[in-house]
Ligand binder design. Structure first.
Ligand code: FEO
Length: 169
């Protein structure tokens, strides 16, 4: 059993994870429109990962006998004009997610809620990986600049990403 405060906060995080998925689906459509089909696939894989993040929380709330509150998912606003901006905006979003998860983690520490704290450490570690992969892509894109062949190669490479649910357990 978890406190009402923690349960409410986890429900908010659940919504944020679904929203993250929605953002990346939007980014996927944006990349595809620009002709970056590899990037579109990469964002689509990211969307699927976010669904796993959300469902992990969903299952936890279920296991704890907490109320699951499915809220409206905000429509994502894709402000990026270029493919590199799409990754930069995504990184900013992930940094916001990291902050939210750290705050949640602090809350569980204060409440001595060990089970939820333990669950959240998986997310905290996942955030380090997520931020690092966005940073790496941004760095690579900046390195190739507007070199067509470089962008083509990078796009092809990003298109090889596969979604492996087993790596997320
Ligand atoms: Fe589930 Fe990318 O944060």
């Amino acid at each position: 059993m978890i406190s009402e405060k923690i349960s409410k906060s986890l429900n908010e995080q659940l919504n944020r994870e679904f929203y993250s998925g929605y953002i990346y689906l939007g980014m996927s459509a944006f990349a595809s429109k620009l002709g970056f089909n590899g990037c579109a696939k990469w964002f689509n894989m990211q969307y699927q990962e976010e669904m796993v993040h959300a469902m992990k929380l969903f299952k936890y709330l279920e296991d704890q006998g907490s109320d699951i509150e499915l809220k409206d998912i905000k429509a994502p606003k894709i402000k990026a004009k270029t493919i590199v901006e799409a990754f930069e905006d995504s990184l900013k979003h992930e940094q916001m997610m990291t902050e939210a998860l750290n705050e949640l983690s602090d809350m569980t520490m204060k409440e001595k809620d060990h089970a939820t704290y333990n669950l959240l450490q998986w997310y905290v570690t996942e955030q380090v990986e997520e931020e690092a992969s966005f940073k790496e892509i941004i760095d690579n894109m900046k390195m190739v600049g507007d070199n067509g062949f470089g962008l083509y190669t990078l796009d092809k490479e990003l298109g090889t990403r596969v979604f492996d649910i087993n790596s997320m357990k």
